[in-house]
Design a binder for this molecule. Sequence first.
Ligand SMILES: N[C@@H](CCC(=O)N[C@@H](CS)C(=O)NCC(=O)O)C(=O)O
Length: 200
Amino acid sequence: MTLPILYNCPPSGNCYKVRLFAALAGIELEIRDIDLAAGSQKTAEFTALNPWQQVPVLQDGEKTVIWDSQAILVYLAETYGKHDWLPSDPVGRAKVTQWLSVAVNEIQHGPADARLVKLFGYPLRYDDAARASERTLKIIDDYLSGHKWLAAEHPTIADCAAYPYLALAPQGEISLESYPSLRRWISDVEALPGYIPVDQ
Ligand SMILES: N[C@@H](CCC(=O)N[C@@H](CS)C(=O)NCC(=O)O)C(=O)O
């Protein structure tokens, strides 16, 4: 059987969302690394896979190509029948979707952008990212003080989408010290069977 191919970059939190979910859900992928620093995402061949010239991209067979980490999580959960990770009832599905949106909006423009500046020197405004992080982390911490997981009574792809850039916030010099419920949730994700860290 041919495995789905994940076009990946090891330090990318967006790629880590997919590797983490695959590891937790027991889905095997072929990993192909793309060297972003060398500009390999800008080749004609890669641009044909993803016009946005970004990783992750998932290629499954001859015809199926999915870009965007959230979309890949949904695709894998559906394709492999991982229904616990992506509920199909309207409320359950909507609750997962709202956190997938938080992952690409509030979490991206807060801790993920701060990490891009501090770790990779991206020309973004660090002060804006730090201010956005404070609001985002506070809201998520408050939420998690009353909920064990983000979208359900059990882990879902929402937790996989949110975890990487929240757990890696200190790499962007965003401290998690003041957010005890967020730190409890991070420990709970890290205790799940099959968990892998970002550098694995
Ligand atoms: N919304 C996309 C964003 C993907 C994204 O921003 N990827 C970054 C790596 S984390 C990238 O490939 N950047 C290309 C570049 O910096 O040229 C997703 O969630 O997958």
